[in-house]
Structure formats: C-alpha cells, structure tokens
Design a protein around this ligand. Structure first.
Ligand code: C2E
Ligand code: MG
Ligand code: MG
Ligand code: MG
Length: 282
C-alpha cells in the first residue's frame, strides 16, 4: 500500500528521544555505522512535467532504517551530520546510489533527471566538483540529467569558493536548483548571484494554494519572475488535484508531491516508469 511505500511500515522514531543525551552523543557514531551496515538507503520521489504530467525525473531523499529505532527522518540527522563532519560522506553515499539508479534508467535511451540535495557547507569543499565529475563518469550519466538542490540560506553564496564551485558545476553542465525557495533569504540580488537554472518553491507556499489567495498571488508572481529570468520552477508539496490544476494554469514547469507520488524505493520507481511508458504506448 501507499503508506508502506514511503517506508512508514517501520515504527516511526519518536523525536523526543533525540533529546536523550545518550542517543545524541552517539548519533554520529551510529551514522557511521549506519552507512557501513546498509541502514542508510535512498528513496526516490517522482517529479512530473507541469503541463503534460509525464513522469520526468525524481528527487533522491536519504532514509535511515535503524534496527531498533525504526525509521529516522533526515530532519533528525542532516543537521547533526553537517555539524559533526559527516555530511560529506553521507552526501557522496546518496549521490553514488542516485546516479547509479539514474544511469540505469537512462541506459535505454531515456531522458530521466535525478535531483540530489546538497548541503551548503559542502559548497566550500574543493573535493566537491571532482567528486561529482567522477561519479557522473562512473555511472555514465550525462551531467544535464543531474540537478543539485541547494537550500537557500543566508550563508549560500556568501563566500567566493561557493560561487566558484557553483559556477564550475554549472560549467560541467549540472543543473542547479534553489530548494525551499521563499522561506529563507530570497532577494533579487541573490537570484542574480546564484547560477541556478531552477527554483523550487517551498511546500509551505504550495500546500494551501487552493485555499489562500495571497499564496496564489505569491506563487504566481514567483513563477513569472523566474520565467522572465530564464529559470524553471518546481513546486514541491503538491497534495491534491486542485493545487495541481492551479499550478498547471500558472505555467509551473515541474511538480512533486504526495498527490503524484511519495518517496519510494528504487524498484518501485522503476515500476512507475515502466507503467507510465506502457500507458503512453497503449
Ligand atoms: P527537501 O529537499 O525540501 O525535500 C522535500 C521533503 O518534503 C521530503 O521530506 C519529502 O518527503 C517531503 N514531501 C514531498 N512531497 C510532500 C507533500 O506533498 N507533502 C508533504 N507534507 N511533504 C512532502 P524528507 O525526505 O523528510 O526530507 C526533508 C529534508 O531533508 C529535505 O527537504 C532535505 O532538505 C533534507 N534531505 C533529505 N535527503 C537529503 C540528502 O540526501 N542530503 C541532504 N543534504 N539533505 C537531505
Ligand atoms: Mg530537496
Ligand atoms: Mg525542498
Ligand atoms: Mg523542504
């Protein structure tokens, strides 16, 4: 069933126990152990063309299935991993898995895109660009099919090396997306400075689109602004048909959300892709 697909069949870890000092202190060690022992895996949430509704890509989202605690969601360990020096390892783990899946999907001549989340601290690493290049090569994936999503924060774009890395990735042909757009630091100057080909409007502006006139106005004008700057727009958190239709009318380029598909294991993603193709061929 749908719930099982999102991994919800596992008992959900109670966030209150994150405050448990014992757990918090050992989180980083457990995370290392988790990567070594296959407790960490990657879920894929399908992305759809905003106009034709065809399945065109997926976002890779990290998952942690702990043998005793059950399913632990990224909000509970990405922050600590960034602060504890583990984000590099985690990111390259996810990137390796996601590019392997995308490489396979595209072997049959498809044009299926894969989006991977990139933490802002990694943008200051001189290993970032060579690693992305090496993994693209390893999995024989065209750079244009990879989108790296960076969350807008006050520190994004603040250092020379970050801009240099973003420009190097862009020069490689990798697409860049500003994730959770609208919640953070979005100024016009910022849009000009970051070489992103795409902005991803935060779920909090999308999920009430059918109920809130002001959200409609903000989303609509954001789409217009992005389009006039030559950027694509992705909407995340599309939870019902009404919202989907609003976005379609506004000219939104790509849609993602529970209404269209939950994050799922790669095998399920492959089935969705084949079903979609069978449907179109019929
Ligand atoms: P994000 O990149 O903005 O990802 C979207 C989040 O919204 C995902 O939560 C997804 O499951 C959820 N979502 C998607 N559609 C809907 C919807 O229709 N309704 C609702 N209510 N939620 C929806 P998730 O997987 O828990 O990820 C949370 C955040 O953790 C991500 O936000 C991202 O910032 C971070 N994250 C996840 N995986 C990675 C990773 O591999 N690396 C890094 N650095 N960060 C990651
Ligand atoms: Mg994202
Ligand atoms: Mg997002
Ligand atoms: Mg988000």
């Amino acid at each position: 069933d749908e719930a099982a697909r999102d991994g919800k069949r596992w008992a959900t870890f109670n966030p209150a126990s994150v405050e448990d000092a014992d757990w918090a202190m050992s989180l980083l060690a457990r995370l290392d152990h988790a990567i070594d022992n296959g407790e960490l895996w990657v879920a894929y949430q399908p992305q759809f063309d905003g106009q034709t509704k065809a399945l065109i890509g997926a976002e890779a989202l990290v998952r942690w299935t702990h043998p005793e605690k059950g399913q632990i969601y990224p909000d509970q360990f990405i922050g600590p991993a960034e602060q504890g020096g583990r984000i590099e390892r985690l990111t390259y783990f996810v990137l390796d898995k996601a590019l392997a899946v995308a490489g396979n999907v595209n072997r049959g001549g498809r044009h299926f895109t894969i989006a991977v989340n990139l933490s802002v601290p990694l943008l200051s690493s001189d290993k970032l660009v060579p690693t992305v290049e090496r993994l693209l090569h390893k999995h024989k994936l065209a750079p244009e099919l990879l989108t790296l999503e960076v969350t807008e924060t006050s520190t994004l774009g603040s250092a020379e090396i970050q801009i240099a890395n973003l420009e190097a990735l862009s020069a490689l042909g990798v697409q860049l997306s500003i994730d959770d757009y609208g919640t953070g630091f979005s100024t016009l100057e910022y849009l000009r400075r970051i070489p992103a080909s795409e902005i991803k409007i935060d779920r909090s502006f999308i999920s009430m689109l059918n109920k809130s006139q002001s959200d409609r106005i903000m989303v609509n004008s954001t789409i217009q602004l992005a389009h006039s700057l030559g950027r694509k727009v992705v909407a995340e958190g599309v939870e019902n048909e009404e919202i989907l239709q609003e976005l379609q009318q506004m000219g939104c380029d790509i849609m993602q959300g529970y209404h269209l598909g939950r994050p799922m294991p790669w095998q399920d993603l492959l089935s969705r892709i084949s079903e979609g193709e069978a449907f179109r061929a019929a």
